[in-house]
Ligand binder design. Sequence first.
Ligand SMILES: [Zn+2]
Ligand SMILES: [Zn+2]
Length: 556
Amino acid sequence: MASPVHLTFLGGLGEIGRNCAALESEGRIVLLDCGQLFPDDLPGVDAVLPDFTWLLERADRIEGCVVTHAHEDHIGGLPYLLRSLAGEGVSMPIYGAPFTLGMIRGKLKSAGLPLPDLVELGDHARLPVGPFDCEFLPVTHSTPSGLMTVFGTSQGRILHSSDFKLDPTPIDGRVTDLDRLRALADSDGIRLLLADSTNAGIAGSSTSEATIGPVLRQIFADHEGRRIIVGAFSSHIHRIQQVVDAAAETGRTVVVLGPSMVRNVTLARELGLLRISDRMLATDDQLDDLDPATTCVVCTGSQGEPRAALQRMADGSHRFLNAGDQDTVVFSSHPIPGNEAAVSRLHNALARQGVQLVHSGQLGVHTTGHGKADELLALHEAADPDLFIPVHGEYAHLVAHHDLALGRGMSEGQVMRCTDGDRVSLKDAGLVRAGRVSDEYVMVDESGRQVSETLVEERRAMSGEGFVFVRVVVDGRKGRLVGTPVVESRGWVEPDDRNAWHRDVAEAVTEAVSSAVGDGQREPRELERLTRRATGRLVSRRTGRRPALVPTIEVR
Ligand SMILES: [Zn+2]
Ligand SMILES: [Zn+2]
């Protein structure tokens, strides 16, 4: 009997974000990605992470982390995990492609963290990682150098697809290597497949990244004589390449704006992944001297991010560029779910400045990096796995991928539907559920400090309904209130009406608390409860609102 391999899903199975899994054999653990989730509507929260508690309890057994590509949902958790591991006196090597490691290096440096061992992986590299004999194969995605991983284990091969699409004509010619998967399938086979589910529910195939170039060239031709500003994801180097190529063909100078865009363009040029001649490039402080008609700006902010370049141009707060009626702004990305409203506000703000807009709703200026149903089926065909677990997706995506596998002919016994926190064991007999670990959303602020659920709830209540503060002082000896309760509020009623409302609250509280105090009640908790109840009743009867109530009691 071969020893089992355990898989623990810490995140990414139930949301797009915080992808993180642990593979474990004979007590040794290899992590697969360590991402974050961008919080949607969590006040004061900058990142949502997996709960690393389970990992930290086993810190001395971690052999390293394989990172599949440079997107935040795969690398964004690393600074937090490495900091926590350092607290346990542990470091771990990180394995990834040079571009991925370059992004991680920048991230760790700006977080002020020491660099762990960074082990570069080339396409088709084969090396042991912890107890596993790993092989890394190229995949096409919306950031360069994506790698799928074949983990050679005591239970056969485990294949992790990484985020991928099947693009027959990728910009760098680097296609997803299904041929190698077929060869592996033919020799000893693939035991377990873990594959990207993001677009499992969408029929057909994604369009090639190469279709974007001609659309961009047409836009450049149609908007001749105007400055062209293209907003794109800063990690989407192949998109940036196509923008740069269109600019070069029309004799435009390129200016790169936004710190992450500048950083990634520099890194990609250093690694030979992005071709721009020095002659074509100008810096932001030269914008004033450049003829708009022969300028192309590539910048961040196409998701409506409040502090990014496009937003600053729209509200006139950019140091070097104010967008106006000489400008065409191209949004070369779709709004990520949750960002639609922000993007639409940005469109309006730019339109108000006189800018002409081009976005993916009008023209094919964006394509996805995630394979759709037909591409996923092609992966399943090539790998022909014995067993399958859908990963990387919201729950509905995982279900769609599960159904896709059944449709291809796998049986219910071969496909296991897992979600965040699930732990499964791969044994001779197949996949067996092996309990649960925490699937909690760990929320952190910009400084990396954890933000509790209670704090977020309080912020939410205050931002939605305001707060009412009541301070009651009791003279314990004389059995009466000292003065009138002090009432303050914000965000509850109109400022002009406040004083009158506060008086009414003070009266209601005096009435409720005085009689209890007169009857001998001195217990602050009970007096606080009475104050809260009296305030709450008046507040909801009069205004129908539910502001946060903040009673404080002092018994002298
Ligand atoms: Zn990705
Ligand atoms: Zn991803």
